[in-house]
Design a protein. Structure first.
Length: 288
C-alpha cells in the first residue's frame, strides 16, 4: 500500500447497514468522517450536494446511498434512476470541484448472470433488471469523477437493518419448521463490516477504477440459509426451490460470483471466507 493520507471521509447513506459499518470503521482508525442520509441530505438535490462536498475539505466521498429495493425498481425505474444514477453524477461533479475522490458502491447485478466462472472487472456488463440498469448508470457517472473508485459487491448483510440473515433468523425464531429457499442463484454473501474495512484499505492504497470486493467463496441462497440455520443450531429443514417457484418481480442473475483477484493484488490478501464472516456477524448479533 502507498500509505495515502486520508484527511476526511464523507459518507452518504450513513444510516444504512454499510454506511453504519463504514462510520464505525473510520472511528476505529481515527479517521474523521461525516455522514449524511435522506433526513439531512437528498443526494438528488445537486445544489445541496455540491454545497456539502465543496465546503467539507474531505479527501474522499463514499456513496453508500442507493435505491436497493430490487423488486420495487421494476415498477418505479425512474425513481431508482434518480438515486442510483443521476445523483451519482452530482456527487462526481462536486468531487471534481473539491478535488475529492468519489468511491461508488456498485453491484453484481450489472452482469447478466449467465457465466460459468467468477466475473472479472473487465467482463461484459449486461444487467437484466431495472436495479442493475440504474446501478450501471451510476458506475458510468462515477467514472466522470477525475478521481474515482468503483467497488462492486454483492449479497450484503450487516448490523442495524433488514437483510437475508435476519429474515432467516426471524422465520426460525417464529417457529417455522420448514424453510423454502432459492437454490439456483449463486453468489458470495458479504458482511458489511468486512466490506467497510476493505473500502478503507482500498482508499489508503490509493486504488482507482473498478474493483470487485466480496467475502471469499461462493454459495447459493439455499446454501447460505442452511449455514445460517446450522450456526444458529436450529432444528429446521431447508428445502431448495427454483427462482421460478419463488416468483419475484425482478429477475436475478443466476450466477453472479465476483472474481476478487484484483482486490487481492492491491491489498495483498482477499477478504475473509463468507462462512467465517457469517459466524462473526451472528456472534456479535447474539452478544448484543
Amino acid at each position: 500500500m502507498s500509505g495515502k493520507t486520508v484527511s476526511k471521509i464523507l459518507i452518504t447513506g450513513v444510516h444504512g447497514q454499510l454506511g453504519r459499518a463504514l462510520a464505525a470503521a473510520c472511528a476505529s482508525r481515527d479517521i474523521e468522517a461525516e455522514g449524511r442520509d435522506i433526513d439531512t441530505l437528498d443526494i438528488t438535490d445537486a445544489k445541496r450536494v455540491s454545497g456539502w462536498i465543496e465546503s467539507s475539505r474531505a479527501s474522499d466521498v463514499v456513496n453508500c446511498a442507493a435505491f436497493t429495493a430490487v423488486d420495487d425498481c421494476e415498477s418505479d425505474e425512474q425513481s431508482a434512476l434518480k438515486i442510483n444514477g443521476t445523483a451519482v453524477g452530482f456527487l462526481a461533479a462536486a468531487c471534481n470541484v473539491a478535488g475529492a475522490r468519489l468511491v461508488q458502491i456498485s453491484t453484481d447485478y450489472v452482469f447478466k448472470g449467465d457465466g460459468t466462472r467468477p466475473y472479472r472487472e473487465g467482463d461484459p456488463i449486461a444487467p437484466i433488471s431495472a436495479y442493475g440498469r440504474t446501478k450501471l448508470r451510476g458506475e458510468e457517472l462515477a467514472a466522470s469523477a477525475n478521481r474515482n473508485l468503483i467497488i462492486r459487491t454483492a449479497w450484503l448483510y450487516g448490523h442495524g437493518g433488514r437483510n437475508f440473515v435476519e429474515t432467516i433468523r426471524r422465520q426460525i425464531e417464529g417457529g417455522k419448521q420448514v424453510l423454502e429457499v432459492v437454490a439456483d442463484q449463486r453468489g458470495s454473501p458479504t458482511f458489511c463490516d468486512d466490506l467497510a474495512t476493505t473500502i478503507l484499505d482500498l482508499i489508503e492504497a490509493d486504488a482507482s477504477g473498478v474493483v470487485h470486493a466480496v467475502n471469499s467463496g461462493e454459495t447459493s441462497w439455499h446454501g447460505f440459509a442452511t449455514a445460517i440455520a446450522r450456526q444458529l443450531k436450529a432444528d429446521v429443514e431447508v428445502l431448495p426451490v427454483s427462482s421460478e417457484t419463488a416468483r419475484r418481480a425482478a429477475p436475478r442473475p443466476a450466477y453472479s460470483v465476483l472474481d476478487t483477484s484484483r482486490l487481492a493484488g492491491i491489498l495483498g490478501t482477499p477478504m475473509p471466507p463468507w462462512e467465517d464472516a457469517l459466524a462473526r456477524y451472528l456472534e456479535a448479533s447474539c452478544a448484543s
